[in-house]
Design a protein around this ligand. Structure first.
Ligand SMILES: *Cc1c(COP(=O)(O)O)cnc(C)c1O
Length: 220
């Protein structure tokens, strides 16, 4: 069993250290504690230890867990890091404060409509299939300019790019590529880095790291 407060301190220290080496300010990096699959009872101690920003990958699971946790703990910033179906856009806009998985034209339309109806602007990242993997979610790199143009036309608040690099190979080139694409398109935010590679991501300009197992232990 990991002590959640200790695990949180460790991850924060590692982020601080990586930021310092890269001559970045640690407060430029938002730690998103990825609590998917973990029950409210496992999340509460992490909140108690001071963490206020969490990530979930399923709308339904987040709807089951977070209204209660928010009621007990006050304001929590919730990020959607998993694939979003267009028919869940309204639910996602109501519950989440940031969406990392905008990856296609139909979702631009659905999210723009949902935000309009809710009167609520939710910042979005465009997810990029950075390793051009067949099975992987995310917009293909050559399609990024058109998708971004559509999102801007629809007045979606796109703040940056998100990626999950291919498993099992060095992630640094993919983080660097995401950073270059974000630069090319004038996007300030980069959501990249998970438990196995968040320090590398921070050194390469991540503004949001999504860390699950290093905080909560392995998922079942
Ligand atoms: C599960 C998940 C994470 C966290 O992964 P860990 O390796 O447990 O840190 C980050 N990003 C996405 C998109 C995920 O689905």
């Amino acid at each position: 069993m990991t002590d959640p407060a200790q695990a949180l301190r460790d991850v924060r220290n590692r982020i601080d250290h990586a930021a310092k080496i890269a001559q970045r300010r640690a407060d430029e990096v938002t730690l998103i504690a990825v609590s998917k699959t973990h029950p409210a009872a496992a999340i509460a101690p992490v909140i108690a230890a001071g963490q206020r920003v969490f990530g979930e990958n399923r709308v339904q699971e987040a709807q089951d867990k977070w209204p209660g946790l928010r009621e007990q703990n006050g304001a929590i910033e919730l990020h959607l890091i998993g694939q979003l179906q267009s028919n869940k856009a309204d639910d996602a806009v109501a519950l989440f404060d940031c969406i990392h998985s905008l990856d296609r034209s139909s979702l631009v339309t659905a999210l723009a409509r949902a935000m309009d109806q809710a009167g609520r602007q939710v910042p979005c990242f465009i997810q990029v299939n950075i390793g051009a993997e067949e099975q992987k979610g995310g917009c293909a790199i050559p399609e990024l300019p058109a998708l971004l143009a559509e999102a801007r036309d629809a007045e979606l608040p796109v703040i940056g790019l998100m990626c999950v690099p291919p498993l099992g190979i060095e992630p640094a080139p993919f983080f660097a590529l995401l950073g270059k694409l974000a630069d090319d398109h004038g996007l300030p935010a980069r959501s990249m880095g998970m438990s196995g590679d968040f320090e590398t991501a921070v050194m390469l300009g991540a503004t949001h790291v999504r860390v699950g197992s290093a905080l909560f232990g392995a998922r079942g």
